[in-house]
Design a protein around this ligand. Structure first.
Ligand SMILES: [Zn+2]
Length: 521
């Protein structure tokens, strides 16, 4: 018996079996039922979400010998040949390898001829954004006056690179990245059907590693079956993926929370001994910190199936929100720096030591020389309630400015100023000329008081008027706002209803580009 890889065997052949794309399926079903067909469809979405699979199902839906239907029979010669990838009127082109204009032109020259077998000649152009401009122009001519028997199904991971002249002639559908829990549930069904025993926790790991791609998830399961001799356990999946046991990461965070440096480093050593990927460990650590932050700010948003839910909740109570934010940032920044570190172990343990160095101090343990983080990790100390917060300055002035308990103009002074120097006893700040009013003595004194409160000791503040370079809390916040706006725009654009409106009304959605963090403001 030949073994067929799961991703191929389980490739959906009907709209009904297409997992996680209900919104697209609903719209297409409706259009097919009412026989309203467009000349061109654009399917967008990240790799592996099922764009070409959907294109093939659509090709069957319009070519099935039983008639145009959302439920193609799967049995007639058109359906069978499309499933087998040898239907003469289905022309699949990978634009990544056919970008030349003469290839495109030749392809489109043939478009004028009527289909040989089917009702429609269907051109599926994958990664269409890779076409050259002249190839796009050649296609545009056909799109402008398409012969009745032609359908285009364009697929892309990067719709922004498609000329708007082409976009405006397509009905666009955005395929969603599948959630890890939807993927895990599907994998469970597949393996049950295949008669392969599998631990749900292991499948969840696969689902996370696949990052929204069902195809990747199924390929990983194929590997796991081979790797574990057909007994897919959590341990075997961890071994295969090189993923860290989240238990290790919780132990590490527990140690950081207790300020037990020795215990935290021992966890890293144990990970090193098992040659786990520290890059994946940092990614997983960021994921755990994100869950902790969620548990702190919006406990209801924490999904029911969150792994290690109780430990997440415990850490959410033990840590304060600012620390979680700080740890998250340290972990995120450590990841791109990993290749620059002497080795992955050094990069990973430096991140842990940064977390330890900037952790809040228990009262009475304040050391002098606040500018330099403790060089040696502190001895394990019993967890103590952290009374008035006393922090160390880690060089991140915008970060401090954001959290100071301060209002009004003094807050603006904190947020619009840039750090020139920190001497250990005080801050030298600069405000840009347009904000010179903030350098007022009264505001400076209020800022001083807030800093003393935050750091638990008196600190000086001098403010001068000078050009700033953009390292201010206000500039950082603006950058974040732009990212959020861009994300919101992407969500709006992804909404099929909005898309249809945009296409129908020939309107455009204004998108906001992230601004350059320039000098001045
Ligand atoms: Zn059929």
């Amino acid at each position: 018996m030949t073994y067929q890889v799961l991703a191929r065997k389980w490739r959906p052949r009907t709209f009904a079996t297409l997992v996680g794309q209900e919104h697209v399926v609903k719209a297409l079903t409706h259009a097919l039922e009412s026989q309203r067909l467009h000349h061109a469809y654009l399917l967008t979405g990240t790799r592996g979400v099922g764009k070409t699979t959907l294109a093939r199902i659509l090709a069957k839906a319009i070519n099935c010998e039983t008639g145009i239907t959302p439920t193609p029979c799967g049995k007639c010669s058109a359906c069978a040949e499309i499933d087998a990838g040898r239907f003469i009127d289905l022309i699949e082109v990978d634009a990544a390898t056919n970008t030349r204009v003469d290839e495109m032109r030749q392809l489109l020259d043939n478009a004028v001829y009527a289909p040989t077998r089917g009702r429609f000649k269907v051109y599926v152009i994958d990664e269409v954004h890779m076409l050259s401009n002249s190839a796009f122009n050649a296609m545009l001519k056909t799109l402008e006056e398409p012969p009745e028997h032609i359908k285009f199904i364009l697929a892309t991971t990067d719709p922004q690179k498609i000329p708007v002249t082409v976009l405006s002639r397509c009905l666009q559908f955005n395929l969603k990245q599948m959630t890890a829990s939807a993927i895990a549930a599907h994998l469970e069904r597949v393996l049950k059907d295949e008669g392969v025993p599998a631990e749900p926790a292991g499948l969840r790991l696969v689902a996370h590693a696949a990052r929204g791609s069902m195809r990747d998830a199924l390929s990983l399961v194929d590997q796991a079956i081979a790797y574990s001799s057909a007994n897919v356990t959590e341990a075997s999946i961890r071994g295969m993926l090189g993923t860290v046991d989240t238990g290790d990461l919780f132990e590490l965070l527990d140690a950081v929370t207790r300020r037990d440096a020795a215990a935290a480093l021992a966890v890293a050593d144990a990970m090193e001994a098992r040659s786990l990927s520290f890059d994946l460990a940092l990614a997983e650590l960021a994921r755990v910190l994100h869950r902790i932050a969620l548990a702190q700010t919006a406990p209801d948003a924490l999904p029911e199936d969150t792994p290690e839910r109780e430990r997440v909740s415990a850490l959410a109570k033990a840590l304060d929100q600012e620390d979680v934010q700080l740890y998250y940032e340290i972990v995120l920044r450590a990841r791109p720096d990993l290749p620059l570190a002497p080795d992955e172990y050094a990069g990973f343990t430096m991140a842990i030591m940064r977390m330890l160095a900037f952790a809040p101090e228990a009262p009475g343990t304040r050391s002098d020389g606040a500018a330099t983080p403790r060089s040696a990790p502190a001895a394990p100390a019993a967890p103590e309630p952290i009374a008035p917060r006393a922090a160390k300055f880690d060089g991140d002035w915008p970060g401090v400015a954001r959290v100071l308990k301060i209002t009004g103009a003094a807050k603006q002074l904190a947020e619009r100023s840039e750090l020139i120097a920190f001497t250990g006893d005080g801050f030298e700040l600069a405000v840009p000329p347009e904000s010179r009013a903030l350098a007022d003595r009264g505001y400076v004194d209020r800022l001083k008081a807030a800093l003393a409160d935050h750091f638990g000791r008196p600190l000086g503040v001098t403010v001068k008027v000078a050009a700033v370079n953009g390292r201010t809390a206000a500039a950082v916040a603006e950058g974040e706002r732009n990212v959020r706006t861009a994300e919101a725009n992407a969500q709006i654009e992804a909404d099929p209803f909005v898309r249809e409106l945009v296409i129908g009304l020939d309107a455009t959605i204004e998108s906001v580009k992230p601004v350059e963090q320039g000098t001045g403001s």
